[in-house]
Design a protein around this ligand. Structure first.
Ligand SMILES: *Cc1c(COP(=O)(O)O)cnc(C)c1O
Length: 420
């Protein structure tokens, strides 16, 4: 069956034909046969250079040989024990050595679980109820955080099925806006347990913090006995060895991780200062549990991945990112388009937007019809990216210079078609 036939079949079983909403695009998504390194192939046999990379986990590219070898060895000696292993300690050491706020950690199964548990922990630790999140930030698909949430959608309606009693405790605020957060905290500080933030917003494209903004968040939360949670599910082990905390030299109280930490397998984690983490069961009274927590396969894949991520790795990868963004900027100038290239390290995106995007309100004004033409044209040129303007594109260490030159040429062709 080809992708179209598979999609028609798929729609009989899965709402919208997919198992996660962002994967659906018109007229039908490509169905994947296999992937390796920087490449992915659909069932028709078309080859694409992949800059979606599973939405972020694959910093080494698809099926890195070392990771796969280690995972196969692990699979032969067990896939789930329901009992602790030494590899969990090894991975915890790698994480806590690198990530400044991480003294103790709990491994879970997804980024969603990580933020859900981190928020519960912040509430348990502070004895307060409310949290602040930023408009357009995405912290997974659970009830506390599906309020003015990003994740690929321009204007996600707040989901049905979430009681007002739950969301009344979730306050929202525009990102990069110092005055708005000051006011919100002044009004509500007695009951705010935590501010949760994506240090770089990667779920409405790629929005960096203004100079000093993360510093401001650190200071205002500290002054008001509010915990600062960095949701580093994307930025963790992406921006640098220690994630955004190291990149911007700001240490939050709690960090949530996912994506890269599982080395291409399902995993999440949350970590923080010991005095906070000790509140987690069975040491403390904030409950958190999971059949697959610390799953030996995911742990091994995470270990095998993190072992390869030294400073030189990031220097090389980020240099490719800088080169790519500079080439895209030149292209945009040469074509006299009023749009912008954004990103940092190995994250990139083009906003089809005249105004500098610093928050969700501005991001929403992007020209998504033109973006859609651009997206499909990139596919015609052998490049696969997430189908939405409001997602981030990634580079992996598997992308070589030839891949990047092909990408630049494809972007040029696709921008020209989008503006024809
Ligand atoms: C992807 C993502 C999540 C959710 O992680 P899942 O593993 O998809 O549950 C949470 N926060 C951020 C910032 C993310 O990008």
């Amino acid at each position: 069956m080809n992708s179209e036939e598979l999609f028609n079949e798929s729609r009989k079983f899965f709402p919208g034909g997919v198992n996660s909403p962002v994967r659906a695009f018109k007229p039908y998504p490509i169905f994947i046969e296999k992937s390796k390194g920087s490449k992915i192939w659909d069932v028709e046999g078309n080859e694409y250079i992949d800059h979606c990379l599973g939405y972020g986990p694959l910093i080494l590219g698809h099926s890195d040989s070392k990771v796969i070898k280690d995972v196969c060895n692990q699979a032969n000696i067990g896939t789930a024990y329901g009992a602790p292993t030494e590899n969990e300690i090894k991975l915890a050491k790698l994480v806590t050595e690198r990530v400044p706020c991480a003294e103790m950690i709990r491994f879970v199964n997804s980024g969603t679980e990580a933020t859900m548990s981190a928020i519960r922990l912040a509430r348990g630790f502070t004895g307060k109820n409310k949290i602040v999140k930023f408009e357009g930030s995405y912290h997974g698909a659970h009830d506390y955080v599906l309020v003015k949430s990003g994740s690929g959608a321009a204007a996600l309606p707040d989901s049905l099925g979430i009681p007002n009693d739950t969301t009344k405790n979730t306050l929202t605020c525009p990102y990069n806006d110092i005055v708005a957060l000051k006011k919100l905290i002044a009004d509500e500080k007695e009951d705010i347990a935590a501010v949760i933030v994506e240090p770089v917003m990667g779920n409405i494209g790629c929005v960096e913090p203004n100079d000093g903004y993360l510093n401001f968040l650190r200071e205002i939360t500290e002054e008001n006995n509010i915990l600062l949670i960095f949701d580093e599910v994307i930025t963790g082990f992406r921006l640098s060895r220690g994630g955004a905390q190291t990149y911007y030299s700001i240490t939050p109280d709690i960090v949530t991780m996912g994506k890269i930490i599982g080395g291409g397998f399902p995993m999440g984690a949350f970590a923080g200062k010991s005095e906070i983490m000790e509140m987690i069961a069975p040491e403390g009274n904030v409950y958190q549990a999971g059949t697959f927590n610390g799953n030996p396969i995911s742990i091994k894949a995470g270990l095998s991945t993190l072992e390869q991520l030294d400073n030189k790795f990031y220097r090389n990868l980020n240099k490719k990112g800088d080169y790519l963004r500079s080439q895209i900027s030149e292209l945009i100038m040469d074509l006299s388009l009023n749009i912008q290239t954004v990103g940092l390290a190995s994250m990139f995106q083009i906003y089809f937007n005249e105004d500098r995007v610093t928050n969700y309100e501005i991001a929403k004004k992007s020209d998504i019809d033109r973006f859609s033409v651009y997206f499909h044209e990139l596919m015609n040129n052998g490049i696969f990216i997430p189908p939405s303007q409001f997602e981030c594109n990634f580079l992996s260490s598997s992308h070589n210079n030839e891949d990047i030159e092909k990408l630049i040429l494809a972007i040029e062709n696709s921008l020209k078609i989008a503006w024809k």
